[in-house]
Design a protein. Structure first.
Lengths: 257, 289
């Protein structure tokens, strides 16, 4: 059974900007999929329609076998616990400690009261430490998040997502604000999580070479339409130019050869 | 070696010259184009003209200017150089100061509690835009009416006294703090709110786990600032609305006993208290990061 299925999803913002146009995508359990495409192609919109930060104008979103296109209220909160999200700008609460931020991943599972007051069980706290150790952040556990480097912040972001025990992790340009070194560390962690914990990963990436290196499958998005969907190895230069609607020699990736 | 790269090689072309903005002295401007600079200048000029006009057209009756200045100076000297209590004792004055202090605290705390919930409705990044717009305009109205007027309005039902004073002060404080709190909340990065939303967190969880930790220090700073305002307002209310406290003593000394010595004493006590408050507030503000 696929973890995620988008059926003919379209999204139009304010009745004018067409961000997605009849997009159909299926992601199987355990896959590592990257979405590439030019700025404004609708990559973020696609990812956000999965956890309903954006509501599709048309089409159906099926997560873990459940049609979530129109769920609301409590049920929406429950559905959202199944998908972790990682952001370009980390989106942590900077004034709180690393531990507190990681534990935020549990909020969706908790009652309004205990969540609001931050009353976590010992088991949850132990689990947080377990995840922090895995991401090499044990020593940072009690630091405030604004004392961390970008790479460390992003690892806290991953830890927070893992705390949800998600089926699927969505990453919206997880390495766009990081240097090559930190980028590699983050990508390696994501791959590790995908392989050992069997959590499906769906990423937006701007770096085509990184996408090809790490993913099994790549989805090319151009002006709101899927223009490529297949194995990473089969993505040839010509297709890349088509996805980015540019001519040979114009892309920055060309400079490497 | 090249010459300095910044040195112009030749004169600017005609097309570029047309775009360059210069000041009156012929130097090239660098600031953004704006109309507000002009507006400020015009406003200042108009205000200046009005002030001069008023000064020269007052009906001074037959006040002798030199006499008036001399009289004022003598009174000021009595007021500030010979402070002395006659109608009350130092302990009584301190007690009245404490009463005023309590009026200020009470109205600030009540106002802050109301403002916290009001701000949640008012901050655009967590509230519905329509609700936010409505709350914002109501609050703007509350703030536009001066505190003393609110006190008088409450006095219609509660009668002049401390109840009306606290109600009026609270009301205006709430209006002031809703705006301040909402702006503190709006400072916050929307991405953080969205991240928690995406993980399934509910509204109150987001408020207490993300919004409050991010903006609490600004909120506290604003609250202290409002407390200082409320303290001075409470003095005025003591005099004007019979709310008690040191303001009432001041009123009695000035209006009934016409005792400049006692007024001087009270003024010194108040100034000292305000300075102490100000220092404490600065210290506390420095502590919360
Ligand atoms: N909240 C919004 N309101 C209105 N229009 C939006 C909104 N979000 C995105 N859009 C528009 O939808 C289109 C797709 O945007 P989206 O952010 O999904 O692109 P993207 O592929 O993620 O781009 P980038 O690579 O720059 O992040 C763009 O034209 C954008 O201007
Ligand atoms: Mg994007």
């Amino acid at each position: 059974m696929p973890v995620l299925e988008l059926r003919n999803v379209s999204k139009t913002y304010n009745n004018t900007t067409r961000a997605l146009h009849d997009v159909s995508v299926t992601v199987e359990e355990g896959e590592f999929v990257s979405i590439i495409g030019p700025s404004g192609a609708g990559k973020s919109t696609l990812l956000r329609s999965v956890n309903r930060l954006v509501d599709a104008t048309r089409g159906v979103v099926i997560l873990d076998g459940q049609d979530i296109t129109r769920v609301r209220g409590k049920e929406l909160r429950r559905v959202r616990t199944k998908t972790g999200m990682i952001f370009q700008h980390y989106n942590l609460v900077n004034r709180l400690s690393v531990m507190e931020n990681v534990l935020h991943g549990r909020l969706g599972h908790k009652s309004t009261f205990s969540g609001a007051l931050g009353l976590y069980t010992e088991r949850e706290k132990e689990q947080a430490f377990f995840i922090l150790e895995r991401l090499g952040l044990t020593e940072q556990a009690y630091k405030r998040c604004d004392e961390l480097s970008g790479g460390q912040k992003q690892r806290v972001g991953i830890a927070r997502a893992l705390m949800q025990e998600p089926k699927l992790i969505l990453c919206d340009e997880p390495i766009a604000s990081l240097d090559p070194n930190a980028s590699k560390i983050i990508m390696d962690y994501l791959r590790d999580i995908n392989k050992t914990m069997k959590i499906t990963c769906l990423l937006n990436l701007h770096q085509v070479d990184v996408a090809i290196k790490y993913s099994e499958r790549i989805i090319g998005l151009t002006a709101g339409r899927v223009t490529y969907d297949g194995p990473a190895q089969k993505l040839d230069k010509k297709t890349i130019y088509e996805i980015y609607q540019s001519n040979e020699g114009e892309l920055i990736t060309d400079m490497k050869e | 070696m090249n010459e300095s790269a910044a040195a112009p090689k030749s004169a600017l072309s005609f097309e570029v010259q047309r775009q360059v903005r210069k000041s009156l002295t012929g130097r090239i401007k660098t600031g953004a184009v704006s109309r507000s600079g002009m507006a400020v200048k015009v406003t200042v000029m108009v205000l200046l003209a009005l002030s001069l006009l008023a000064f020269f057209t007052f009906d001074y009756k037959d006040i002798d200017f030199a006499d008036a200045v001399r009289g004022t100076l003598t009174n000021a000297a009595t007021l500030f150089a010979e402070p002395r209590l006659k109608y009350s004792t130092a302990t009584a004055v301190l007690y009245q100061l404490f009463v005023t202090f309590c009026l200020g605290i009470l109205s600030t705390i009540l106002g802050a509690v109301i403002a916290f919930f009001g701000a949640l409705l008012c901050a655009r990044n967590i509230s519905d835009p329509r609700v936010s717009a409505v709350v914002k305009s109501v609050v703007a109205f509350v703030r536009a009416v001066p505190t003393i007027l609110w006190v008088l309005i409450f006095a219609v039902t509660a009668g002049l006294g401390s109840v009306a004073a606290v109600s009026g002060l609270t009301f205006h404080s709430a209006g002031y703090l809703i705006k301040a709190y909402a702006e503190s909340i709006e400072e916050m990065d929307y991405g953080t709110i969205e991240a928690l939303k995406a993980s399934g967190a509910g509204f109150w969880q987001i408020v207490f786990q993300a919004v409050l930790p991010s903006s609490i220090s600004y909120m506290l700073a604003w609250t202290f600032m409002r407390f200082e305002i409320n303290f001075t307002n409470a003095i005025a209310m003591g005099a004007a609305a019979g709310a008690g406290g040191i303001g009432y003593n001041l009123f009695m000394a000035g209006y009934f006993y016409f005792d400049l010595h006692e007024m001087g004493y009270l003024t010194y006590v108040i100034v000292l208290a305000v300075i102490l408050l100000e220092t404490a507030a600065t210290k506390i503000k420095a502590k919360v990061k």
